[in-house]
Design a protein around this ligand. Structure first.
Ligand SMILES: [Fe+2]
Ligand SMILES: [Fe+2]
Length: 170
């Protein structure tokens, strides 16, 4: 059985993953309104992936005999001036999430909860991918600068992403 301290911290992270989903869905809507269908589709898939992350916490808390409690999810920003501004925020957000996951691992170790530490290692690895992916898009957008043709090409490329449930999820 999971202790109260960890249960609360995991519930908090569940909420943070739902916020991530909300943030990326808001970015998707913003891209849609700017006629960047590829970016919109990419962010919509990212929002779906964050729901999968949230559900991993949901299932794990239950599995360990804890109780899931859902709190309010903050409203995300709704406006980004450029795709670069959105992806810079996404990158900064993922770095913040990595910090949260690391804090959770530290807490699991302090509480001598090896199962939770093991569970969290999936997220440690996932965050490496999340940061690298967001940063790669930031770098591409910086490279093209204000070039409309380049943006059109990246939009096409972003549109080819398909949703695949993250490895290790059922
Ligand atoms: Fe996540
Ligand atoms: Fe991912």
């Amino acid at each position: 059985m999971i202790n109260k301290k960890l249960q609360d911290a995991l519930n908090d992270q569940l909420n943070a993953e739902l916020y991530s989903s909300y943030l990326y869905l808001s970015m998707s809507a913003n891209f849609q309104a700017a006629n960047l269908a590829g970016f919109a589709s990419w962010m919509r898939i990212q929002a779906q992936e964050e729901i999968v992350h949230a559900m991993k916490f949901y299932d794990y808390i239950g599995e360990r005999g804890g109780k899931v409690t859902l709190g309010a999810v903050d409203g995300p920003p709704t406006e980004w001036k450029t795709p670069l501004a959105a992806f810079e925020q996404a990158y900064a957000h993922e770095q913040m999430v990595t910090g949260r996951i690391n804090d959770l691992v530290n807490l699991a170790i302090d509480e001598r909860d090896h199962a939770t530490n093991g569970f969290l290692q999936w997220f440690v690895t996932e965050q490496v991918e999340e940061e690298a992916t967001a940063d790669a898009v930031v770098q591409k957008l910086k490279l093209i600068g204000g070039d409309g043709g380049g943006l059109f090409m990246i939009d096409q490329e972003m549109g080819s992403r398909v949703f695949t449930p993250p490895a290790g999820s059922e």
